[in-house]
Design a binder for this molecule. Structure first.
Ligand SMILES: Cc1cc2nc3c(=O)[nH]c(=O)nc-3n(C[C@H](O)[C@H](O)[C@H](O)COP(=O)(O)OP(=O)(O)OC[C@H]3O[C@@H](n4cnc5c(N)ncnc54)[C@H](O)[C@@H]3O)c2cc1C
Ligand SMILES: NC(=O)c1ccc[n+]([C@@H]2O[C@H](COP(=O)([O-])OP(=O)(O)OC[C@H]3O[C@@H](n4cnc5c(N)ncnc54)[C@H](OP(=O)(O)O)[C@@H]3O)[C@@H](O)[C@H]2O)c1
Length: 538
């Protein structure tokens, strides 16, 4: 059963016991059905995780003449929308995406927008990094477009034959297979501010074939203790039956308990009164009158606006499905053909005295036991991989968990006896506790697969030192690598690091390549266009 299948069909959202007249209940049921329609329409287009690379490229090529100045993950949504104002719907939808091309939705930002505009995709909640901000904007744009008379649209083109990605099991988020979790060994040592793990999955018998640069998708489950607290807050018995399972199991496996969906606030507005009702209504409209709702998860919202009593099915209907998470693969199929390795930071943080747990990262770090089988899939890289010529030099910039694909690259090149130079920029907080894969990197250096390693420990000195500082310090040499045809790679944080690294490379091209500012920007853009500047950022 897929996550979508698990959502119950709710005919009456407002329970019979709620204090409404028949007419009021009918109106509210209609209101909620409309509110929820885009996410729950039966027979909605399937996920396009199967969108073959060829089809994605064709869609992207179709739009290549469209300048997309908003395609910059560092720009806030309001600026991106302003840049796309007055443009066709497809481009405005594109601007509303988080611009990371991270692949979690199964598309690229442009192709997800094109699919929504063409009507071949109906789900507006697939952009994980964009979150509620993006899904709200998509909803508004599509709603406004539906109100306007539109010129006849050409029928969406059928997807190209799927020979590139394939329709094989395990290829894409809607065709997961089961892999066996083996281990999640700490990479950060005692005293580190982080808890980063080296995670191993056994993929024997799954048929999954991967390449360096690919990502691994997995369907996590929620923390059972959180689910129990939510059920207690609603006074719902844990064994209340939902489809084929208990509500407790359904909440663990199928529903997101993170950021609160607007539909849940709307439901709360219907079953509360006074100030709580006014607040819930405002929150459902995307407002935050008290300025205290930005970090609310489902439990925190129930505690703030509750206690509420609702029909269990109505509650579930207001939640979003639990989405899979992607991780850059940190192993090479030449070294570990039967395994997939990941480098995962366990996300844990406190809000208002309660520890919040990242669903997937702590599922891997804390909750899975060796031998557990979980649903996984392969997300082929769309433009991130080793150069085909093993003599081509590579420069890799990957602070923190950004090192993941570069461990795969280096292992692969070592196994393939590639002769091209390889320079890795790695950084983290402290050398003593956060130097991931230190011994492996030393061995790769000794074996010749890693030519040069530059490290930046941000919290070891009095001033922060980042990977881009190390790039600037070695600017002349870095420039000579680029001039020798090196491919340049960046992996890790999309919002700040990737942008700063690009600025540093632009400065280096200006300074050491004797270029003006505009010419240096063109040079970096040229590297990207030639496929020599590739990113895997999130
Ligand atoms: C292509 C791709 C590759 C990736 N590769 C890797 C990888 O190699 N390694 C890796 O570790 N991750 C990687 N990620 C990120 C990964 O997919 C997950 O997003 C990450 O593990 C968090 O997921 P989670 O389910 O544990 O947390 P979630 O339950 O999704 O919670 C994360 C959310 O919690 C909130 N949050 C987090 N920290 C704080 C804080 N301090 N204060 C307030 N709010 C906070 C933020 O809203 C954040 O979005 C990758 C993502 C993509 C798209
Ligand atoms: N969305 C975000 O804002 C964001 C940002 C980073 C990470 N994350 C998430 O945090 C988790 C793990 O992160 P991680 O282990 O990869 O480590 P990380 O938190 O990205 O940190 C790795 C190193 O990068 C440094 N760094 C911070 N800002 C930088 C910048 N602008 N340029 C270059 N380096 C910079 C950090 O220094 P200092 O910490 O000392 O400044 C640290 O030394 C992942 O889940 C990731 O998605 C999210």
């Amino acid at each position: 059963m897929t996550v979508q299948d698990a959502r119950p069909t709710v005919i009456g959202i407002i329970p019979e016991s709620a204090p409404f007249s028949r007419e009021q209940r009918a109106w509210l049921n209609g209101f909620f059905a409309g509110l929820l329609a885009p996410e729950v329409t039966p027979g909605a287009a399937p996920y396009r995780g199967d969108l073959p690379v060829a089809a994605a490229k064709a869609l992207a090529a179709e739009h290549q003449d469209d300048a997309a100045p908003w395609h910059d993950a560092a720009l806030p949504l309001t600026e991106r929308m302003a840049l796309a104002a007055g443009r066709p719907l497809r481009q405005q939808l594109f601007a509303a995406m988080a611009q990371q091309d991270c692949g979690q939705c199964g598309y690229l930002c442009a192709t997800y927008a094109a699919a929504l505009a063409a009507g071949s995709e109906s789900k507006i909640n697939l952009c994980v990094p964009g979150g509620k901000e993006t899904s709200r904007t998509l909803k508004r744009l599509l709603h406004e477009a539906a109100e306007e008379p539109l010129p006849p649209r050409p029928a969406p083109e059928p997807a190209a034959p799927s020979s590139v990605v394939g329709t094989a099991p395990g290829c894409g988020r809607d065709r997961p297979v089961e892999a066996v979790f083996r281990s999640a060994t700490p990479l950060s040592s005692k005293g580190s501010g982080k808890d980063t793990r080296h995670v191993v999955f056994d993929i024997t018998g799954t048929g999954l074939g991967y390449a360096p640069g690919d990502s691994f998708g997995l369907y996590p489950s929620n923390d059972a203790a959180l689910v129990d607290t939510v059920l207690r807050a609603l006074d719902i018995p844990a064994d209340f039956p939902i489809a084929q399972k208990s509500i407790r199991q359904a909440l663990i496996e199928d529903y997101a308990l993170g950021l609160v969906p607007d539909a849940l606030y709307a439901l709360m507005a219907c079953v509360t009164g006074g100030e709580r009702r006014r607040k819930a209504k405002a929150l459902a409209r995307g407002e935050d009158p008290g300025g205290d709702a930005a970090d609310l998860d489902v439990l925190a919202a129930l505690e703030m606006l509750g206690p509420i009593r609702v029909d269990p099915e109505a509650f579930l209907e207001c939640l979003e499905p639990l989405q899979p998470r992607l991780y850059s693969i940190s192993s090479s199929p030449l070294v570990s053909p039967a395994e997939i390795h990941l480098t995962v930071d366990a996300v844990r943080y406190d809000v208002a005295g309660r520890q919040r747990l990242g669903v997937a990262s702590t599922c891997l770090a804390d909750r899975l036991t060796p031998g557990a089988r979980i649903k996984v899939y392969l997300q082929k890289a769309h433009a991130f991989g080793l150069p085909t010529d093993p003599n081509t030099p590579i420069v890799m910039v990957g602070p923190g968990t950004g090192i993941a694909p570069f461990r795969a690259f280096l292992g692969h090149r070592h196994a393939a006896k590639a002769t091209g130079g390889a320079w890795l920029f790695f950084g983290h907080q402290h050398e003593a506790t956060d130097f991931f894969y230190r011994d492996e990197l030393a061995a790769l250096h000794q074996g010749g697969a890693l030519t040069r390693l530059s490290t930046a420990w941000s919290r070891d000195g009095t001033e922060k030192v980042y990977v881009q500082d190390r790039m600037r310090e070695s600017g002349a040499e870095l420039w000579s690598w680029l001039e020798a045809g090196a491919h340049f790679y960046v992996c890790g944080d999309a919002k700040r690091m990737a942008k700063d690294v690009e600025s540093a490379l632009t400065e280096i091209s200006a300074r050491h390549g004797g270029k003006g500012e505009a010419e240096a920007k063109d040079y970096v853009a040229g590297l990207k266009a030639a496929g020599r500047y590739q990113t895997d950022v999130y």
